[in-house]
Every structure is written in structure tokens, then in C-alpha cells.
Design a protein around this ligand. Structure first.
Ligand code: SAH
Ligand code: SF4
Length: 395
């Protein structure tokens, strides 16, 4: 039986039959839950009271609970989410920068005081979708990107990542993935709209393919939240068969981000054990085969780790490796994690790495650290909720 928060309207039809509901109630329930983030059945006012009582007994609102919320000085909010079995994951709400009519300025306009850019939350400037309803000059909407988790911990063991260091505890169910978005959305300020979702929290989404796929179907369902596929990005360390599956299942419309982090096999294997299974040549073939719609690009994530993958030579190797692929590159200076002595390069090194990519014609952004003061930045999520089970090799 599919858990309630992961059900399509069709699946609600048969579930409601068992509760004495009628087929047309299914669409109403789905709209309350997915379209309006209402999980308390007592508030589903257009349903018969008997049915509401039975839905109450499902305790939809207890799928997950927000155990803690921390707000950073940049308004990034980290929610520590407790699942039914007590395990915890994190989800992060990241407000974007608004311009007139809530339109975000182009990525190159986002240079901050330290000379870096933020390209994570507003897409890549290819986006020509109409504005969300209700935006006006007087009250510009703040667009919010939510970063969600798909696993408790992660089995991939990337050496710079707190989730990897924590090890894998279990997969999340599709309902637990969807519930993060419902909870996040319900906690937005009145001036905010959830416009983008990125699968970049704890865990490897493609190692939990079925739940990830189902959550994508629910979040994009026209009678639910109805997010456009292009406003969702799934980030993967490079699970080749599942990249193919995702491409097929959604016709290439879901945004794809690849955690590359190195342009040669030796370096990549040292940083990411998954590279032994799917080395760069295989991964690049999978990216070439991804059925991207016209004008869309694959995001290449490159975490810069001082002394490991950050030299100008490595930047030039990356230029060569990516040639011919429709990509944009996000450079992420490594966020230090407690379990590892590794860290980010100096800003000058980051900027010269970026310069080499820009000079070669790539769109290349440096991802500004968001929510740093609440440990919500990339790779820092796991350490608050769980004690690391393994220590990384200190080489
Ligand atoms: N498992 C998926 C998605 C979650 S990780 C993946 O690896 O793509 C999201 C991004 O954060 C990845 O690009 C990952 O490499 C990066 N990341 C992880 N730990 C980091 C750290 N300590 N500093 C900077 N980036 C990190
Ligand atoms: Fe897992 Fe991604 Fe972290 Fe690697 S970077 S350990 S794949 S969450």
C-alpha cells in the first residue's frame, strides 16, 4: 500500500473506498494535501465529516515533524526533520534575491561583496517561465529554493561530505521526501513562494530511485504543487544506470546536476569511491545520452578541495573533459566538516579556477555559502543530527 503522502489522485480513489469515501473525494484530498499543504484532515472542509474523521486517524501530519528550525542571518532556514522512526534528516529553505516584480537578476549580477556568485537557487538564466501569480512592484515576492534529503546518511562515502561520513542508515520513503516540501512550504513567510526544489540534501537520490521518482511525480502533478520539471534539480554523484532511467522516465525534463569534483579518474576516485564503479568515460557517455530539451543545460558541481583538485591544470583538464556538452559549472569551495582536515582553497585560487573555465567559454559560477551560521551549507547537514559512524582517511 502506497503511504498517503505519496499517493496519486488515482491511488487515493481506492484508498478512500476502504474508508467509505467516493471516487470524487480522492481529487479533493489530493488537492488539500499536495496543492495546499493541509495535512490536518479537520481542515478539509469540503469533505463529509465522517470521512474527515477517518482521514484524521491516518495522522498525515505525523509523517514527519520539524524537530528544530534554525534561521541564519541570510534568512536561510534549516529544518531538522524527525521521521516516524526517530531518524533525522535536514531540509533547507533558501530565499533567492528578488528584483523588480520578483524577477531575479541575472546570475552575473549576483556578485556579492567577496567577489563570488550565487547560482544555485535561481537557475541559469535560461528560464523564461511566467512570474508566479500575485507578484507586484509593491510587494515583490521572494522566491525560495528548497533543498531536500532522500536518505538518512549516504553510502557513497565522498571524503569531503558530512553525509558520506555518517554512512547510510536507510532510504527515505517517497512520502517522507514529499513531506519535507509540504512542511517547508507551510513555513514560508507571506512574501515568499516556493519556486524550486533541489535534491541536494542528505543522501544520493538515485540510489533511492523508486522513492525519488515517485516524489518527482507527486511534486510535478498538475493538481498538486504542480512544480515544473525544469524547476527541479536532482543532483547525483554519478550513478550511470539511474541517470539513464531518470532521463527516460521524465523525457530529460528534470534538471540534472552531476557532482564531478575532478576531471581525471585518479583524483575523482580518491575523492569519490563511486568513480571506481562508474569512471569518467562511462559517466560522460551517460551525460551525452541524457535527453536534454533544447536550451537546457546540465549543472556540473565541482567542490574545490585545497590541494586535491584545485590547480589551474585541473581546471584546464575540466575544460577539455566538458567540451561539447551543454553545461554550466558551479564551483563550491569546500565547506569544512568536523570529521575531515580537508578544506577550501584561498579565494584567489577559486577565482583563478573560475577564470580558466570562463575564458574557455563556460558559464561558471561560484556558489556562495548560504546559511553557514546554522551549518546548513552543503555537506554540513549530517553532523548535527547524527554522530558519524566512520572517520575519513586523513591523507
Ligand atoms: N548525493 C548527491 C546530492 C547531495 S550532495 C550528490 O552527491 O550529488 C549535494 C552537493 O553538495 C554535491 O555536489 C556534493 O558533492 C556537495 N558537497 C558535499 N559535501 C560538501 C562539502 N563539505 N563542501 C562543499 N560541497 C559539498
Ligand atoms: Fe553521498 Fe552526495 Fe555526500 Fe557523496 S556528496 S557522500 S553522494 S551525499
Amino acid at each position: 500500500m502506497v503511504p498517503p503522502l505519496a499517493r496519486t489522485p488515482e491511488e487515493w480513489v481506492s484508498a478512500l473506498k476502504g474508508l467509505g469515501g467516493r471516487a470524487f473525494h480522492a481529487r479533493q484530498v489530493f488537492r488539500w494535501v499536495q496543492g495546499r499543504s493541509v495535512l490536518d484532515a479537520r481542515r478539509m472542509t469540503d469533505l463529509p465529516t465522517g470521512l474527515r474523521d477517518k482521514l484524521c486517524a491516518l495522522e498525515l501530519e505525523r509523517t514527519i515533524e520539524v524537530a528544530q528550525e534554525r534561521r541564519a542571518t541570510d534568512d536561510t532556514r534549516k529544518l531538522l526533520v524527525r521521521l516516524r522512526d526517530g531518524a533525522t534528516v535536514e531540509t533547507v529553505l533558501i530565499p533567492g534575491v528578488t528584483g523588480p516584480k520578483g524577477r531575479l537578476p541575472s546570475p552575473v549580477a549576483l556578485e556579492d561583496s567577496s567577489g563570488t556568485f550565487d547560482a544555485m537557487e535561481q537557475g541559469d538564466g535560461d528560464d523564461d517561465e511566467p512570474e508566479a501569480l500575485g507578484e507586484s512592484d509593491a510587494h515583490p515576492l521572494v522566491r525560495v529554493t528548497q533543498c531536500i534529503s532522500t536518505q538518512v546518511g549516504c553510502a557513497q562515502g565522498c571524503v569531503f561530505c558530512a553525509s558520506g561520513v555518517a554512512g547510510l542508515k536507510r532510504n527515505l520513503g517517497a512520502d517522507e521526501i514529499v513531506a519535507q516540501v509540504l512542511m517547508g512550504r507551510a513555513r514560508l513567510d507571506p512574501s515568499e513562494r516556493l519556486t524550486n526544489v533541489v535534491y541536494m540534501g542528505m543522501g544520493e537520490p538515485l540510489a533511492n530511485y523508486e522513492a525519488t521518482e515517485r516524489s518527482l511525480r507527486i511534486l510535478t502533478h498538475p493538481e498538486g504543487l504542480a512544480l515544473s520539471c525544469r524547476r527541479i534539480t536532482v543532483s547525483t554523484s554519478g550513478l550511470v544506470p539511474e541517470i539513464g532511467r531518470l532521463g527516460q522516465d521524465f523525457g530529460g525534463k528534470i534538471g540534472l546536476a552531476i557532482s564531478l569534483h575532478a576531471a581525471d579518474d585518479e583524483t575523482r576516485t580518491r575523492l569519490m569511491p563511486i568513480n571506481k564503479k562508474y569512471p569518467l568515460a562511462t559517466l560522460m557517455d551517460a551525460l551525452r545520452a541524457y535527453p536534454l530539451p533544447p536550451r537546457r543545460r546540465i549543472t556540473i558541481e565541482y567542490t574545490l578541495v585545497a590541494g586535491k583538485n584545485d590547480t589551474p591544470n585541473e581546471a584546464r583538464r575540466l575544460v577539455k573533459l566538458l567540451r561539447g556538452l551543454p553545461v554550466k559549472v558551479n564551483l563550491i569551495p569546500m565547506n569544512p566538516i568536523e570529521a575531515s582536515p580537508l578544506g577550501p582553497p584561498e579565494l584567489a585560487g577559486v577565482l583563478s579556477f573560475q577564470r580558466i573555465l570562463c575564458d574557455a567559454g563556460y558559464s561558471c559560477f561560484i556558489r556562495r555559502r548560504r546559511g553557514d551560521d546554522v551549518a546548513a551549507a552543503c555537506g554540513q547537514l549530517a553532523l548535527l543530527g547524527a554522530k558519524p559512524k566512520v572517520r575519513v582517511k586523513r591523507d
